[in-house]
Design a protein around this ligand. Structure first.
Ligand code: DGY
Length: 318
């Protein structure tokens, strides 16, 4: 019988679907597996459902000799050695679309939390410091009518931009090539990265992590941003040079940052936690009940596709 290993529990909807077709073993631990545990568990399995915290590298494939598909429970797949998988004829799939709105919505949550100093204000209330309404208490930045810069106009970047409609914003974007339909729908303008950084009041990162995008935003780029601008990152941590970001936030080279991802997760530059002008979340971009349920169904469907002899529907190593 076709055997599937799931490296960490995911919503039951997908697992129940899979159980109709194959044998499913789920890691009993509510934590990331160690490398040794992972390599032991994947032996003899025909499919593995991995998390973005699992390294799927040469050693993984050496251990998982029977594996036909690795279904990553994420839209990003920078944890996977795609070339090695392709060389070995292993399908790699991801979970696009089903988490688009959830992640775009979280980018907005960070944008408002930083612009309107929501977390600082909440801390203030809990500390019992609220004495009276005050004209200068927690002044933040307005959003309506401002310029929104989107780095990477893929599915999530575009959804994030479309959500700006009600705020009457001017939208600038970078992408590998201009996206005509997107421009028609949102009035977005295709610009180069420097222009976007110089002109935007809010800069939101939506590119995948690749060798080209690692440290795309470093000291030089942060200096190009307005002192009043806010940087939002719900993509991948290493796209931003975190040390340079700390420096920029400390020096007030930018106004604030809203982060859901970090350079060395689960670690982050300790100084970030000392700064009031940063809001930090524990990589929860796709963490809605709906998105995580639909992600579980999609990883299952990809595996069922393989069991039934089809090419999996969201294959990334075509
Ligand atoms: C993804 O799917 O790549 C997200 O980062 C998960 O929240």
């Amino acid at each position: 019988m076709f055997k599937v290993f799931v490296t960490r529990a995911i919503p039951e909807e997908g697992l129940n679907l899979l159980r109709k077709y194959c044998e499913v073993e789920v890691s009993p631990y509510d934590r990331m597996l160690t490398k040794e545990e992972l390599l032991e568990k994947v032996q003899g399995k025909n499919a593995v459902i991995t998390q973005l915290t699992d390294k799927v590298d040469k050693e993984f494939f050496e251990a998982a000799k029977e594996v036909k598909i690795v279904a990553n429970y994420a839209v990003g797949f920078d944890n996977i050695d795609l070339e090695e998988a392709t060389r070995r004829g292993v399908y790699i799939t991801n979970t696009p679309d089903v988490l688009t709105n959830a992640t775009a919505e979280l980018a907005w949550a960070l944008l408002f939390a930083t612009a309107r100093r929501v977390v600082e204000s909440d801390k203030f209330m809990r500390a019992g410091k609220f004495q009276s309404w005050a004209p200068m208490l927690f002044l933040g930045k307005g959003v309506t009518g401002k310029t929104l810069g989107i780095i990477g106009a893929g599915r999530i970047g575009q959804a994030f931009a479309k959500m700006a409609k009600g705020f009457d914003m001017k939208i600038l974007y970078t992408a590998r090539s201009p996206k005509k339909e997107f421009e028609e729908e949102t009035g977005a303008q295709y610009v180069d990265l420097d222009t976007l950084l110089k002109e935007s009041d809010f800069v939101s990162i939506h590119v995948p992590l690749t060798p080209e995008t690692r440290h795309l935003i470093g000291e030089k780029e942060l200096k190009l941003m307005k002192k009043s601008a806010i940087l939002i990152n719900t993509g991948r941590g290493p796209v931003v040079d975190e040390k340079a970001l700390v420096k920029a936030l400390k020096n007030k080279d930018i106004y604030a940052a809203g982060l859901d991802v970090y350079e060395r997760e689960p670690l982050f530059e300790e100084e970030l936690a000392q700064l009031d002008n940063v809001v930090m979340l524990p990589h929860i971009g796709s963490a809605t009940e709906e998105a995580r349920r639909d992600m579980s169904i999609l990883v299952a469907q990809n595996i069922i596709d393989v069991i039934e002899g089809r090419v999996p529907r969201t294959l990334v190593n075509k």
